[in-house]
Design a protein around this ligand. Structure first.
Ligand code: NAD
Length: 368
């Protein structure tokens, strides 16, 4: 339903994900949104975004930098979908800008805990700005269904959360920014912040300490950029202990194209067990008492999704949720807030450090 006033969006960084946001927003146009501006220094990305906007009948203002976009004053909301290492500076400029802009920032919030903390502290002083972090896996229908099952206490008190991501290697990005830890924060920050966020949700707790083992064993070994070989790990096991005694485990492999599912999630409580499979979109759950015979299997769907896109409809629902928060003028806070963004990065940073040091790393250690 188009409700009252038009909400005008700007997208900062219109590479793969920025353009994906543009298409998602186009599918939300009946909700009263329009993309009116983009900022990106890379001409090919600008051109691709312009062509997309043209096909949506959206005239765009095009800027090379985020500051010009903010100063133009044409946007109410900005989506930050530039490379990870640019998030900090861009977020600080948005937060310190005289004109309020609500922000949807792609994960990871920033590449370091110190930068995340600075953003969290600065944003706290801007009550007129809503910030949502793009930890969108929560919205994938099978994941959302499993969250609902866990919240209903059908499985009892959650003790173990295991997430397996077995997938293809990192894609090629503009100027190959994702090939180096210094730009991404490291694989366990860059992509696994999604899964650490989910583990917190399932466990209903905060992390205490992290132990990880990982390496760069197969991918990118024959690539060289400006004389340097990529340093991003392509497989790891990570164990996380939570403050309520529950445990999480991540099994990441990025040379596993031969998998049926990209993500397999298993959540076990003292009463039962639940599983979610992406992209099969299957959820299975059962109790210890009912055993295998009582197992239920369902196909998870969400008929609000008008565009599946690259992430099984989760980007669409993420935008829908953020739009509702914006229209509610702060009475309904964004579902994924800055604290979620910070802690998901802190777990990733602790896991990267654990690999480097070969020992457990406490969350306290990386938070100070
Ligand atoms: N939610 C998800 O699952 C998901 C998936 C993919 C990427 N991402 C995130 O989205 C972000 C972008 O990733 P991508 O895959 O689109 O990368 P990309 O390389 O395809 O696009 C990045 C774009 O940002 C532009 N850019 C670089 N510096 C900029 C700056 N200072 N200001 C404005 N634009 C700038 C580049 O020119 C490029 O066009 C990253 O933070 C990434 O982690 C999230």
């Amino acid at each position: 339903m188009a409700s009252n006033y038009l909400i005008k969006y700007g997208i900062i960084g219109v590479g793969m994900m920025g353009r994906e946001h543009l298409i998602n927003l186009h599918h939300l146009r009946t909700e009263g949104v329009a993309v009116v501006a983009i900022a990106d220094p890379h001409i090919p990305s600008q051109k691709l975004a312009l062509a997309l906007a043209h096909s949506c009948n959206w005239p765009l203002k095009v800027f090379t930098g985020h500051k010009e976009l903010l100063d133009s004053g044409v946007c109410d909301v900005v989506v930050v979908s530039s490379p990870n290492m640019t998030h900090y500076e861009i977020l600080m400029d948005i937060i310190n800008h005289p004109k309020p802009h609500h922000v949807l920032v792609e994960k990871p919030l920033c590449t370091t805990v110190a930068h995340c903390k600075e953003v969290v502290d600065s944003a706290r002083k801007r009550q007129d700005i809503l910030v949502q972090v793009g930890l969108e896996y929560r919205y994938m229908p099978p994941v959302a269904k499993l969250i609902e099952i866990v919240k209903s206490k059908t499985l009892g008190q959650i003790k173990m959360v295991a997430i397996r991501e077995h997938r293809f290697p990192f894609l090629v990005k503009v100027n190959n920014w994702n090939r180096f830890n210094v730009n991404t924060g490291g694989t366990l920050v860059e992509k696994c912040c999604h899964f650490f966020d989910l583990m917190r949700l399932f466990a209903g707790a905060n992390p205490v300490r992290v132990m990880a083992s990982g390496a760069i064993d197969v991918n990118h070994k024959d690539e060289i950029y400006d004389g340097k070989v990529p340093d991003i790990i392509d497989n790891a096991y990570v164990i996380i202990e939570f403050d309520n005694g529950s445990r999480g485990m991540l099994d990441l492999c990025m040379f596993a194209e031969g998998s049926k599912n990209e993500q397999e999630i298993s959540v076990v409580g003292d009463i039962g067990k639940g599983e979610a499979f992406v992209p099969e979109s299957i959820v299975r759950f059962g109790t210890r008492v009912a055993g295998r015979a009582g197992l239920q299997t369902l196909k998870a769907e969400d008929d609000r999704i008008k565009y599946d896109g690259l992430h099984h409809g989760s980007s669409y629902l993420e935008h829908l949720n953020f739009l509702h928060a914006i229209r509610a003028k702060g009475e309904q806070p964004p579902a994924v807030d800055l604290q979620d963004g910070l802690i998901s990065v802190a777990i990733g940073v602790a896991a990267q450090l654990s690999i480097e040091k070969g020992r457990f790393v406490s969350i306290e250690e990386v938070m100070h």
